[in-house]
Write a protein that binds this ligand. Structure first.
Ligand SMILES: [Zn+2]
Length: 227
């Protein structure tokens, strides 16, 4: 149940198998990160609702676009009741949201705060990341490479559920930089996923962030790197 496996998921349907494969710009993401032997990619997502393969029945992709079966059904119904003279049609996907939405939002915010909490132990921080068991070393190393070593503060600005088990998260990272007048602020978009152990920061989000400071996450589920 890892992000990387989504690419090989049997739920995906290749609409034009004769076309060369292309990695679309991920929904809400910042483009694929591809450094080092363990090329890191955001999971492919429906261009309309943002859900990835594990949250839908099928993801249908062509060379330039991705759509899920649920959006196809909803668009089909929408077109059925649209005037034939109306050339452009606006579509707003309806997605399932968690029943206990407030509680889910609180858990997501807590997971984000835990991951960036420099007072917490690296094991506890890794436990707040989806499949985070082998990410302890990346957390320790990210702490070493943070400007000023004063840690990073995270502010969750906005949570948007794109499935009952996944949310898009807008957040701000404030980095204490020595000599700077104020902290450097980075506006980021990431994801949270509901696992068997509650809501976690998406592994894709953490690994995407640390590649920027030259840290490579090990493949999901592999043994932790030896120091
Ligand atoms: Zn969709």
């Amino acid at each position: 149940m890892s992000d990387d496996n989504d690419h090989e998921s049997p739920a995906e349907v290749e609409a034009h198998p004769s076309q060369p494969m292309m990695i679309p710009v991920p929904f809400g993401g910042r483009g694929p990160h591809r450094f080092g032997p363990f090329a890191y990619r955001e999971p492919r997502r429906c261009s309309f609702c943002g859900r990835r393969a594990r949250s839908v029945g099928h993801l249908v992709r062509s060379r330039t676009a991705v759509i899920c079966d649920a959006c196809i059904r909803q668009i089909s119904e929408l077109l059925g009741r649209t005037d034939t003279h109306q050339r452009e049609v606006r579509f707003k996907p309806v997605v399932p949201v968690p029943a206990n939405r407030t509680e889910a939002e609180r858990d997501i915010e807590a997971a984000y705060e835990r991951v960036f909490d420099s007072d917490a132990g690296p094991e506890d921080r890794a436990a707040a990341i989806e499949d985070g068991d082998n990410l302890v070393a990346s957390i320790v190393e990210a702490g070493r490479r943070t400007p000023g070593r004063r840690g990073v503060e995270v502010f969750v600005d906005y949570i948007r559920f794109i499935a009952d088990d996944e949310a898009e998260v807008r957040f701000t990272l404030a980095l204490g930089t020595p000599g700077a007048v104020g902290p450097m602020q980075l506006d980021e978009t990431g994801f949270a996923v509901l696992t068997d152990n509650g809501w976690k920061v998406a592994r894709a989000t953490w690994c995407g962030l640390v590649t920027r400071v030259g840290i490579e996450c090990p493949p999901p589920g592999s043994a932790p790197p030896t120091p």
